[in-house]
Design a protein around this ligand. Structure first.
Ligand code: FES
Length: 149
């Protein structure tokens, strides 16, 4: 398309992607986006990085850690952007991750519910401090004092 720059500066990418220039550099340090250096040692980003940043921001908004996002983006070549199908697959995976976190939080809410009106903070009896009564499964006696680690 005439008039469309194939490469963007840090500032141009930041403005177009709606993030701070420091975030552009941070994403690059994390291996989420890539640049080349000009003869004057300035960074130039391929336009494909715009869609990569959108992928990262949408994934972060879903609470996905950058390391996990980086794993998914590692499937691409350095100058490739995520396809629609790739985002569909990733967002399906993120939904599964969100459902898992919801289940963990619901379980935690239920466990802490038993602390309401209790206040014992007992290492053996409190469901938060001894989930699933793990100490009892280790056998009788003061299990926390009996372990070597
Ligand atoms: S404080 Fe007693 S069960 Fe958690």
């Amino acid at each position: 398309m005439p008039g469309r720059k194939l490469e963007l500066t840090v500032g141009e990418l930041a403005i177009r992607a709606g993030i701070a220039p420091s975030a552009v550099r941070f994403y690059e340090e994390q291996g989420l986006i890539f640049s080349r250096r000009t003869a004057g040692n300035q960074r130039r980003y391929h336009r494909a990085m715009l869609r990569r940043v959108a992928f990262v921001r949408a994934s972060q908004a879903a609470g996905i850690p950058l390391a996990v996002i980086a794993e998914v983006l590692a499937e691409l070549g350095d100058h490739e952007s995520p396809s629609q199908a790739m985002w569909e697959a990733a967002s399906t995976r993120w939904i599964a991750d969100i459902n898992h976190r919801i289940a963990l939080l619901e379980n935690m809410r239920d466990m802490i519910g038993s602390c309401v009106g209790c206040g014992c903070l007992s290492l053996g009896d409190c469901h938060l401090l001894n989930p699933g009564d793990e100490l009892n499964k280790l056998g009788p006696g003061p299990r926390r004092l009996m372990t070597d680690d």
